[in-house]
Ligand binder design. Structure first.
Ligand SMILES: *Cc1c(COP(=O)(O)O)cnc(C)c1O
Length: 427
């Protein structure tokens, strides 16, 4: 499979797309072709293991550059935790994506991408990369964990100081070794702008900069795997299915939409956002009109310029999108009511992001009561202990992976301008 820039540049190999992150013309890479899965695959999907499903759906995007046995190994290590589909009532289930090492769905993309780069670096030991990544909260930890000690890779993580939770900050500042953290005086969009600028800056040429944000195809594409796992776990496959994805940069939902394009029988996708509602407004007006980013309790979705939305529009251009996709925004007050509702009605403890997903699904089911709905729980509630404990009036237990972070020292450097970042990285 080759990858072309959405700005129109020439197509490149998967390895080149992964090493570059963003195309030289500043466009996002996109597969030149969307493979179609045969009906027989969906007929047998219930009997396949998660590794078999993951391998089969991702293989056309990487063959022949990564050989089958190496790819199976990469998929197996990526999917080394559970993806339970937990039923709440007869028409609703939650797909839990937080059972990985850093307790958010971003572990999937980060683990997959780091292993792909390690595979390519083994073949070309002279090549080095610096992974530069902006995080709104969860990417940083997942990337730090996924890339720790991968040879030939240096990692630099930019996060908005004071706008990520304590545990999120610990996950990305305490590992050290080849992982450096930079606390930026600004918002996630400011961090993302610095990363994008660095990619276009010829002074960075020798560092082999790449991105581990979902703009990188190796971070974005593997997320499709768990949409197939969810479908495999659904009992009544004859019902209309809808999936609601709490969305920020729109990488996760875009992975679901590519799965649909490959043949996954999900009838409708709902993007649920917080008040950073650029896409819900776009669906009304057909105009992208980003406003300044507003901090919310679902901080990993505090994004007003969602990078991956151009990929969504590429997959389903013009009026085709509105037939299978809708977008809806919710306030923090509504999110807290949903957290309470989930807890009081089902005894389910959701984090604020999952609660936004639940709201989006319920809004859709109001007008489409015949749909079986799944919403994604994208992070473990313990990553947001203050708001969860206060809203639900309970005390959360720390899993051991979090407990041990509490004793480690946070190590980071403060920066406020692009020039600061340059000085630190080029020292
Ligand atoms: C990153 C993140 C999101 C948003 O995902 P996108 O792919 O950026 O849309 C939602 N929830 C959590 C917990 C996240 O970490």
């Amino acid at each position: 499979m080759n990858y072309r820039s959405l700005q129109g540049g020439e197509a490149v190999s998967f390895e080149t797309a992964v090493r570059r992150g963003l195309a030289p013309d500043n466009g996002l890479y996109f597969p030149t072709d969307i493979p179609q899965l045969p009906a027989s695959f969906f007929e047998k999907i219930t009997n396949l293991s998660k590794e078999e499903i993951g391998f089969e759906v991702i293989r056309p995007f990487l063959a022949p550059e990564i050989d089958d046995s190496s790819l199976l190994q990469i998929v197996t290590e990526t999917l080394c935790f559970d993806f339970p589909l937990v039923p709440l009532d007869e028409n609703t289930a939650v797909l839990e994506l937080f059972h990985g090492p850093t307790l958010a769905f971003k572990d999937v993309g980060a683990r997959f991408m780091s292993r792909c780069l390690a595979y390519f670096n083994k073949k070309q030991t002279s090549v080095h990369n610096t992974v530069l990544v902006a995080t709104s909260g969860d990417t940083g930890g997942a990337v730090a964990d996924g890339f720790l000690d991968v040879s030939g890779i240096e990692v630099a993580i930019l996060y908005p100081e004071g706008k990520v939770s304590d545990i999120q900050e610990r996950q990305l500042t305490t590992l050290g070794r080849n992982v450096k953290a930079f606390a930026v005086a600004g918002s996630f969009d400011d961090c993302q702008a610095m990363v994008k600028r660095a990619f276009l800056d010829s002074d960075f040429e020798n560092l082999g900069l790449t991105s581990a944000n979902s703009i990188n195809v190796a971070r974005w594409l593997p997320q499709m795997m768990y949409y197939f796992l969810a479908y495999a776990a659904v009992k009544n496959k004859n019902q209309n299915l809808a999936i609601c994805v709490p969305s920020g940069n729109f990488g996760n939902i875009c992975a679901g939409l590519i799965a649909k394009k490959m043949g996954l029988p999900i009838a409708h996708f709902i993007a649920a956002t917080n008040v950073n509602d650029t896409v819900p407004r776009y669906m009304q007006t057909k105009e992208l009109d980003p406003k300044p980013t507003i901090p919310t309790i679902s901080n990993a979705m505090d994004v007003s310029i969602p990078s991956n939305f151009v990929r969504v529009l590429e997959l389903f251009p013009g009026d085709t999108l509105a037939q299978l996709f809708s977008a809806v925004a919710f306030t923090d007050a509504e999110t807290k009511v949903a957290m309470r509702d989930l807890y009081d009605t089902f005894g389910y403890v959701a984090d604020p992001h999952g609660a936004v997903g639940y709201l989006g699904l319920r809004a859709f089911q109001k007008t489409h009561p015949d749909y079986y709905g799944i919403f994604l729980e994208t992070a473990h509630p313990i990553k947001f202990p203050d708001v969860v404990e206060e809203t639900l009036e309970l005390k959360l237990n720390y899993p051991s992976s979090v407990q041990k972070l509490l004793d480690l020292e946070k190590k980071f450097e403060r920066i406020s301008t692009y020039a600061d970042l340059k000085a630190k990285l080029l020292h």
